[in-house]
Design a binder for this molecule. Structure first.
Ligand SMILES: NC(=O)c1ccc[n+]([C@@H]2O[C@H](COP(=O)([O-])OP(=O)(O)OC[C@H]3O[C@@H](n4cnc5c(N)ncnc54)[C@H](O)[C@@H]3O)[C@@H](O)[C@H]2O)c1
Length: 365
């Protein structure tokens, strides 16, 4: 078993990464709760209909070893579930289930369930404990770590939320075998992101492991998930509440990516696909500005393409994309800040150079 520690003082927690980890959930939690003297007699598992159909029984059986009472609530799959209406219905459900401050919420699912169930735990009874059991690659390498939880409003994604750290994260890489291929490949965009923003050897490792990544080789997957969790844990430790700017580097490709998602509609590209295109636009801009060499873009494009990710921004709607980018939440005092790569393994926050270079960066040769 691999354990990564997220070091946040009194809010520290372990991330357990283990093949077949779901089958060992009970013993892992028993040990954690007794070490940390956490008293919790009641579990509420929140999962979506896809994930619950495959893993709910196994997880509930394991939680029976730890809690006197185990309940579950199943929500619809998909981004629309991160809504005020869904959160309100979950609050009501927790009351009906006689939940109290000794109840623990378990988020069993991808990033949607993790964000929603995490905010449920953060807000119910002024905050109760929660455990992340991420089942998509994106959730295992990114969203389950760091404590950002929340929901969407119709006008803005992730605009209502909190920083609420879990008691622990339990990751079973085997569950990725049931994840749809397109969702798996999308998660790989975030994996490549970590290499570009802060870890040259990891980027080299990814370049040399393409066949194993595509084949979902268990030891390759475990290594990748562990390294991404270590890198995210280091960033979160340095900037838990996104005040120093360090955490902003995780948004590499995201200013372009969010604009692509919103302008083309959330159905056309997955989040990871939009981020992949966004990272290439950001790298093109860095080269235009003389901040990076062409080799960076060549290597990044090759890796993303070989992993099955799109890298080209569709030729229409560039003006709309430019407008959407200006509405990005990384606008500071009226200036849009962009995360741009300087070399593989290093990025910097750079003020936007203005409309013309941004429009040029959206065009591929
Ligand atoms: N909190 C953060 O720091 C953070 C970071 C990045 C993204 N996010 C959020 O994460 C969300 C996206 O997460 P996602 O990509 O995991 O989407 P998702 O939760 O919608 O999961 C994708 C799909 O895969 C299915 N699925 C998940 N695991 C499965 C498995 N093992 N087997 C079969 N099907 C499975 C789900 O039911 C869903 O249909 C977005 O809402 C985004 O805002 C949060």
């Amino acid at each position: 078993m691999n354990v990564v520690h997220v070091d946040l003082g009194s809010r520290s927690y372990p991330i357990h990464i283990e093949q077949n980890g779901l089958a060992k959930l009970g013993p892992i939690l028993k040990k954690l709760f007794s070490t940390n003297r956490i008293q919790t007699n009641h579990a509420v598992i929140v999962s979506d209909e896809n994930v619950a159909g495959i893993y709910l029984t196994q997880v509930a059986d394991q939680l029976e070893l730890v809690h006197d009472k185990v309940d579950s609530v199943i929500v619809p799959a998909g981004e629309k579930t991160k809504s005020v209406a869904q959160l309100e219905s979950l609050w009501q459900k927790l009351v009906e289930l006689e939940s109290d401050r000794k109840s623990t919420v378990y988020a069993l699912g991808g990033g949607v369930v993790g964000d929603l169930a995490g905010f449920l735990a953060a807000s119910f009874a002024r905050g109760i404990s929660f455990v992340q059991i991420p089942t998509s690659l994106l959730a295992q390498v990114d969203s389950s770590v760091g404590g950002k939880v929340g929901i969407n409003l119709p006008a803005a994604k992730n605009i209502v939320g909190a920083f609420w750290q879990p008691e622990c994260v339990v990751i079973d890489p085997n569950v990725l075998l049931t994840l749809e291929e397109r969702e798996y490949v999308s998660g790989l965009a975030e994996v490549v992101k970590y290499g570009v923003i802060m870890d040259t050897p990891f980027f080299n490792y990814l370049e040399n492991s393409i066949a194993n990544i595509k084949a979902k080789d268990p030891s390759t997957l475990s290594h990748i998930i562990k390294r991404c969790c270590e890198l995210k844990a280091a960033i979160v430790k340095a900037d838990e509440h996104e005040t120093s700017g360090r955490r902003a580097i995780l948004n590499y490709g995201h200013t372009y990516g969010h604009a692509i998602e919103s302008v083309f509609g959330y159905g056309r590209f997955t989040h990871g696909e939009a981020i992949s295109i966004g990272m290439n636009c950001a790298a093109r801009l860095a080269i235009q500005l003389g901040l990076a060499e062409q080799e960076l873009l060549t290597r990044q494009t090759a890796l993303l393409t070989e992993l099955g990710l799109p890298v080209e921004c569709p030729a229409d709607k560039h003006v709309e994309l430019n407008k959407a980018m200006k509405r990005d939440k990384k606008v500071q005092n009226g200036v849009l800040m962009l995360v741009l790569p300087i070399k593989i393994g290093h990025v910097e926050l750079v003020p936007s150079p203005g409309e013309t270079p941004i429009l040029e960066s959206l065009h591929c040769e």
